[in-house]
Each structure stands twice: as C-alpha cells, then as structure tokens.
Design a protein around this ligand. Sequence first.
Ligand code: SF4
Length: 376
Amino acid sequence: MPNDRELATFRKQLLGWFRQFQRDLPWRRTKDPYCIWLSEIMLQQTRVAAAIPYYERFLQRFPDVHALAAAPQEEVLRLWSGLGYYSRARNLQKAAQQIIAKHGGQFPTRLDDALALPGIGNYTAAAILSIAFGEKHAVLDGNVARVLARLGAIHGDLRESQGWQELQETADRLLEPKSSGDWNQAMMELGATLCTPKSPQCLLCPVAQFCEGRKLGIAESLPEKRKTRATVQVTLAAAVFVDEKGQTLLLPPPKKNTKEKSSADHVPTLVSKMWHFPTLSVTGESAEKLSAFLRKLMPGAQRRNWQLVPAGKVRHAVTYRAITLLPFLINVRKLPRVPGARQVPLDNIFSLPVSNLTRKVARAALAAAASVPAKH
Ligand code: SF4
C-alpha cells in the first residue's frame, strides 16, 4: 500500500495505465449522469458483456429520465426481463420520478440527495457523482475492496462494518481529487481485469511495486473467504397450461399495497414478483399438491380432470437458495379462467415481464410438449 510520499507516483501509474488500456464500453463514451446511473445499476448483478445489449435497448426506448419516469412499469420491466433482480428496474423508475418531482429533472449533485433516491447506495452515488460531475467521492465495492485488501495485505472478513469503514477511509485517501471519475473507474478496472479473484496478473499490474499481498506471496488468497450462509433447498411445482392454440396462462405479480391473499403467497418472491406460471412450494407428492392448489385457485374447475405431465426439472440458484422447479404440462381445450391472469403464446411469454426462472420453465415445457402428443 503506498504511503503518503508514494501517493503521487501510485496515482500517476494507475491513471496512466487506465487511460491507455481501459476497455471501450458504451457508458464510458458519455458524461450524462442518466446513462452512467443506468449502467451502474445494470452492472450491480450483471457481467459487462451481458449488460451491454440491455443498456443499449433500454436507452433507445427510454433516452432520458423523462421518458423513463413516464413509461408504464410493465414496459420498463419487459426491457429488464432476463437481467434478474427486478427491484433494480422498479427503483430506477421510482428514482426517475423523484428526480423530476424534486430536482427539476436533473440528477442531484449532492451526495445526500443522491443517496435519498431509491436503489442508490454509497457505491452507486459515488460512482455517478464522480464520473458525471467530478465530485470527490471514492467508490468501494467488492472489486475495489479486493484490490485494497491485496495492496495492504489485509486479513479478515472485509464486510464486517469496522473493516469496511477502514477500507472506505483507505479508498478516500488514495482518491486522485483532480480526476475522481477516472480514478474510480481505474480502481474498478484494475479489479475487473488484472486483480481478479483468481490468478491476479501481478506481472502486468501498474501498481505492483506498492502491493504488500504480492510481496508476501499471498495476493491470491486475499480477501479471505466470508462465512457463508448454508444453502437452503427449495422445491417448487409449476403448472404450464397449453390450449389448442399454444396459449398458456400466466398469473400477475401482486398488486402494490394489497393485503389480499393471492397465489403469490405460496411461492418465493423471486417468482411471484413478475408474471409467472401458477407455482407452489412443495414437499413430497408434487403433482397431487399442485392439482389441489389449482382447484383452489380456479373456482369452477373442481370437476375438471386435468392430466399433469411431468416436464423434467429446472434448477436455479438465487443467493443462498437452490431451487428445483418441477414443471407440469397440462394440455387443455380452453384455458381456465383466473381473475387477473393473461393468456400468451407459450413460445412467446416474453411479451410480458417474466423472470429467468419462468423462461427456463417455458423452455422445459416447450421441449416436453414437442415430445408428448397433446391430448386435450
Ligand atoms: Fe492485485 Fe497483483 Fe496488482 Fe497486487 S500486484 S494489486 S495483487 S494485480
């Protein structure tokens, strides 16, 4: 870790490297805070290569904060569909509406005002304000924390609040005040391209001479692993109705502020927050339990004798949950009526905002439908 005397050289070397070798990314060609904000939100849980087409499509449809604020939420979610973690998209739109209501449509330049917007935490606020406006706020995320832990040979769980606070102070000390935007991006770029979690490329590193972790030969083992939460196994069963025209039935996300019990109360929010197949958490006899659930969900369907055809298994992991989803194909002449539900072609469920898990279920059901002759 550079001391105060070495700081100028450290900054010069890292910035020089960044300016020469940075990746050409669409959000680096602009200083528009709206674009930078959008990219930062998308990149929170998504790899750069996966985020680029979404970023470009989103900007084409919502080129500024006004277009985003005025759009139907369903359309915003549809353009986010496939990126996952949909609360990001909902918060993005809520924040756009607040920017118009409270800040005249201009992204706020004060840290407190930025932090008051939904979905914007310390890291995102520092990134937007430094890159768009040159404000002197150092970013600290997992990438930057890894670089700092290696530079300083710091042991222990970095996410513990005391340790994280000290890392923030170190990041603040290193920040190049005259080019805070480039500086923050340089730190992130170093973490993303050379100082990677596995096999850091120290031979190419522009600041290797200041790195305690490298000198001690322990760089790759830092930061030390966090104590992880035990994985919880979850089994779900989903009903994929298909009528003679290839239409299927999707249930809506729960209405805001509703106290009503809905089918969504039975399933994890990762499924129910978007349009979804009728889905139930199950243990044991999944087909029977799903049948009973469908009869309850669909008044008037008590006498129907549906045949539930197993359509394989879908596996999905979200944070500490390992989900096994069992889709059941149900061929019917006419789709049953469910209040609020929509009928959409099974091979084009993406006309509504759906989660990745729902997409996987649709794919499994389509594969099963192709191999099982339909008996309506
Ligand atoms: Fe990371 Fe290696 Fe550079 Fe240290 S020398 S900052 S471990 S890439």
